[in-house]
Ligand binder design. Structure first.
Ligand SMILES: Cc1cc2nc3c(=O)[nH]c(=O)nc-3n(C[C@H](O)[C@H](O)[C@H](O)COP(=O)(O)OP(=O)(O)OC[C@H]3O[C@@H](n4cnc5c(N)ncnc54)[C@H](O)[C@@H]3O)c2cc1C
Length: 531
């Protein structure tokens, strides 16, 4: 239920970034937090592995910094990396204070200590985790506190449509004044005014046909900020996970890389192995090489998936090592103890986003972006595993401090106009929305996916220009629906991805193009500036 239309702080998004920011600010300010679905519907709840931080005596900040820089392919911002790494231990301590049940083990002296795992790219054990469901443990600890807090109002099933800015209202100064939000259940649109507005809307994996991301990852924050006049950077760097379970109903279901680590083999539809043609480490090659090899074979053969087979191991071994994956595959009719399972690479993480500084501030005064939606310079051309939840926490805290410092000097915004629906009607052509959703995600997958060429990108650009025009016209004429809002944002973000990919005339990190297979001598960010 909406209690108010005026808040100190409006937080759009309830993942690790939004929840931690809300709890930090709520001691001093009145906060509204929005979510498109239930509060736990973002990517955060899906995170399995954990959160990186230097927590062991054998580890060091320098080592965490070096590993992040190595993964980032020469494009990380070193100051951002240092800033993030330095603040990591205190953010983990905060999560522990909030009651996140990180996994503990007994050390040699019989004392309990937090268990740290080691993931790809990390030279030390530094990934703190809660079994294999870290993100779920984080949201399960933070959500009840957010709901119970007297200074936090929560609106689920509400979508922010667009930011309200001074310039849009004809003021001389450009400041974010709040947002228009759409109630999915009633179709009503509210204008929320806020002294500070935070985009914590997550990534844009849904731009692709296959993704490990939940339905909420439609790049809304990136699209809204772009329309409000913010710079957006490095959108071409989309991280693909090599193995997502292929099944029409098995949304966002990752097959852990540990299956390959324990001897799982990738097979073509005729049952032959292929990874050794691409890398001498075969199935144990790094994530991006495996994803690229699968993509190459799928495009060459025109098939929709390849197979992952670990059935040569004993049934006991498989069920003991992979109880969740085994059960989930079984639920969908595949018994991995005696048959291969169909897999496909999937868009997993959006490295680029809205340009921010170390306080999470964007180019528009009063507007912040935190978490996967933001481009801080931390990930460079490739994100190192478990650095993303960390980025949410570190920058949420920095943004909260910055907001509190300015708090007394920023007045409430003036009244803003109600949403005008006088010139739109009910659509008699909903098929346009569903058709364009499918078309967009298919051509993004085929032409702007793991392996790119200039020709494919140009084809995609041609199609996206048509879609942008068609959706713009549709948006101007018909009543809003949540599908239309998400499609509009995905189309906008896909355009930014394609434009960035066309601008990068080299292969670096996650951007691989057959036309420019090598990195250029000088690394640079791709920064797009709105008109
Ligand atoms: C399967 C999977 C496994 C992962 N494993 C790890 C891991 O082990 N370690 C790690 O560090 N990272 C991992 N990641 C990445 C990490 O989970 C995400 O980067 C991180 O959770 C993003 O958090 P966030 O708060 O930025 O956004 P999210 O958690 O995605 O939350 C976004 C929120 O914004 C809301 N929202 C979006 N648009 C709107 C709108 N227009 N109006 C209102 N609300 C809106 C959504 O409803 C949601 O509440 C994983 C990701 C996936 C998908």
């Amino acid at each position: 239920m909406i209690l108010n239309t005026e808040y100190d702080v409006l937080i759009i998004g309830s993942g690790a970034a939004g929840l931690s920011l809300a709890l930090t600010l709520a001691e001093h300010t009145k906060v509204l937090i929005l979510s498109k679905g239930p509060l736990e519907s973002g990517s955060t709840a899906y995170a399995q592995g954990g959160i990186s931080a230097v927590l062991s005596e054998n580890d060091s900040f320098d080592s965490h910094v070096d590993d992040t820089l190595n993964a980032g392919g020469g494009l990380c911002d070193i100051e951002t990396v240092r800033f993030t790494v330095k603040h990591a231990p205190e953010r983990i301590a905060w999560l522990i204070e909030q009651g996140v049940p990180f996994t503990q083990i007994k050390n040699k002296q019989g004392k309990l200590e937090y268990h740290l795992t080691r993931e790809g790219g990390h030279s030390h054990r530094r990934v703190i985790h809660a079994e294999d469901a870290t993100g779920h443990a984080v949201v399960a600890s933070l959500i009840p506190k957010v709901i119970a807090h007297p200074n936090i109002d929560v609106l689920e099933r509400h979508i922010s449509i667009d930011l309200i800015t001074g310039k849009k209202l004809g003021y001389q100064t450009q400041r974010c004044l709040g947002a228009y939000i759409f109630n999915i259940d009633t179709g009503k649109i509210l204008a929320i005014r806020s002294r500070f507005t935070i985009l914590a809307t997550g990534g844009a994996g849904k731009a692709y046909l296959y993704t490990s991301n939940p339905d909420s990852s439609t790049g809304d924050g990136i699209a809204m900020s772009w329309r409000a006049g913010c710079r957006v950077a490095n959108m071409e760097f989309i991280q693909f996970h090599p193995t997502c379970f292929y099944h029409p109903d098995a949304k966002s279901f990752l097959i852990s890389e540990a299956v390959r680590g324990e001897g799982g083999q990738l097979l073509l539809p005729d049952g032959s192995r292929f990874m050794d043609k691409f890398d001498k480490r075969a199935e144990l090659a790094p994530r991006d090489i495996v994803a690229r090899a699968i993509d190459h074979e799928m495009k060459r053969l025109g098939c929709d998936y390849v197979f992952l087979d670990i059935s040569h191991k004993s049934a006991d071994f498989i069920t003991q090592h992979f109880p969740n994956i085994y059960q989930k595959c079984l639920d969908f009719g595949y018994d991995m103890t005696c048959e291969p399972i169909p897999v496909v690479p999937a868009a997993h993480y959006t490295c680029g986003g809205v340009v921010t500084n170390h306080d999470g501030q964007t180019d528009v005064a009063g507007l912040y972006a935190v978490g996967e939606v933001a481009f801080t310079g931390l990930h460079g051309a490739n994100r190192m595993a478990s650095n993303s939840l960390l980025e949410c926490l570190v920058f949420a805290h920095a943004a909260a401090e910055n907001i509190l410092q300015q708090f007394d000097n920023v007045p409430y915004p003036p009244q803003v106009p109600e949403w005008d629906e006088s010139r739109v009607t009910d659509s008699d052509e909903e098929v346009v929305v569903s058709h364009n959703w499918e078309e967009l995600r298919r051509f993004m997958w085929d032409y702007v996916g793991i392996v790119r060429t200039t020709k494919r990108l140009q084809r995609a650009k041609h199609r996206i220009d048509l879609l942008l025009r068609e959706i713009d016209e549709y948006y101007s004429n018909f009543h809003i629906t949540n599908d239309l809002l998400e499609l509009r944002n995905l189309t906008q973000v896909s355009d930014l991805i394609i434009r960035s990919a066309l601008m990068r005339k080299e292969s670096r990190g996650l951007h691989y193009t057959l036309n420019y297979p090598n990195p250029a001598p000088l690394a640079h960010n791709t920064v797009l500036i709105p008109d």
